[in-house]
Design a protein around this ligand. Sequence first.
Ligand code: GDG
Length: 477
Amino acid sequence: FVEAIPAVRPARHQKVEIEGRLIAVSNRVARPSEGVSPGGLASALSDALTAQGGTWLGWSGKTIADGTEPDVTATTVDDVVYSLLDLPADDYRGFYEGYANAFLWPVFHGRSDLAVHRPAEFRAYAAVNRAYAEATARIAGPDDLVWVHDYHFLLLGKMLREAGVGSTLGLFLHIPVPEPAAFRAVPEARRLAEALMHFDTIGVQTARDAARLAEAVAGLGEGVVLNRPGVIEVRAFGERVRIKALPIGIDVGALRGELYAPTPPEVRAYLDGLGGRRAILGVDRLDYSKGLPEKLAAFGAFLAADPARADEVVLTQIAPISRGSVSAYAHLRQEVEALAGRINGEFGSLSRHPLQLLTRPYGRRAVAHLMAHADVGLVTPLADGMNLVAKEFVAAQDVDDPGVLVLSRFAGAAEAMEAALVVDPRDADGLASAIERALAMPLRERRERHRALIASVARDDVGHWTTQCLEELIAAG
Ligand code: GDG
């Protein structure tokens, strides 16, 4: 069926003319020598750097003794220099597991109730940002574009300027921006806002995030917000910054390419085992932002409405364990496993279980084939910057007989994916009805909705995103 693919242009990033070099900064770096196929962000950056040439600065994956100076090792592959930092173990833990993932992540996802704030972890976060600023200062020239990624580096703009970097500085925030009141409640809010103002441009996933960030930062700095077409300018703390919505996309061609390969044996065995049951699929990191308990509860409500359904459908939920050393994630795992056990206990039979919860990661090809063969994709986060799974599910469908995407209105992806069945995942009965509606949807409606969705997913792909980000960096310089 993959013959019926819509004509999409290749997602490869087309080189943009820049005067200097591109320097990308992110916590994780995907080196070609590692031989792993990188996920969303890593493959987008890898693609951009391969087309542009430049340097990718990030963590080496190694920690060194506490109190030791961070160490940088550079290796060059083709036109890309990989500059990798070894960081002191305590600093890295406080920065990554601590301030970034146990504090900023929940606050930015509207879960301040789960946020753990420890002053020592903020100090570690600042120390790691400082180490990155110093490593960048050693390589960045005035004509270079420094493209920083995500909530791990909110202080980096100011620290780069303090380290004497004169390059154009851009930040892309992959996660959602919280309500301004939640941002203001962060003990270091003023310091973060002031540091953010030293970037020349900040990209976010949605127009809503751009407006929220502008309001929060301007409010903290008694500044002003100027709305211009397609971009917001904030003037505060004696600086100015552009804030722009630049929604990230996927590599449609690469994903469809996986579908040309033979179906992996374990997926084939799974499909054979369905025995006529309809397949509902979820693919989410095991993260409290992804709405997994809500999804399972709604599936339970869907089964409870007619227990015979337990013989007619199966929900396969791939939920690889993530950030297992952060305590909120360990609790979530217990909660989700308990719910899954209860649903199977109540609705399963001697021969069949309506729910498969799989907490191991699966290969990219297996995931692509699972998506292609699913009747319904359930993407139900409570908060999500974008959510690439929603776009991947659409891209994997057979255009002649497409499955139906059920999508949370709280995913950034929902801003451009109105043709999905858009739901509020907190409403279990509403979500259960959406599952029912998706399973019953006539072919004609499925095709119409899919046509609208694939058009936007293919147009706003990852190559388009990269080009737009670089053009915005140039415009901001
Ligand atoms: C952050 C933001 C934003 C998942 N399980 C497996 C697997 N995956 C892949 C998916 C998808 C990726 O991981 C997850 O991307 P998401 O966008 O859904 O979510 P986050 O990881 O939270 O990403 C998010 C994104 O950054 C980009 O800006 O969209 O909002 O939170 O590609 O397919 N892949 C494989 N096996 C798995 O088990 N191979």
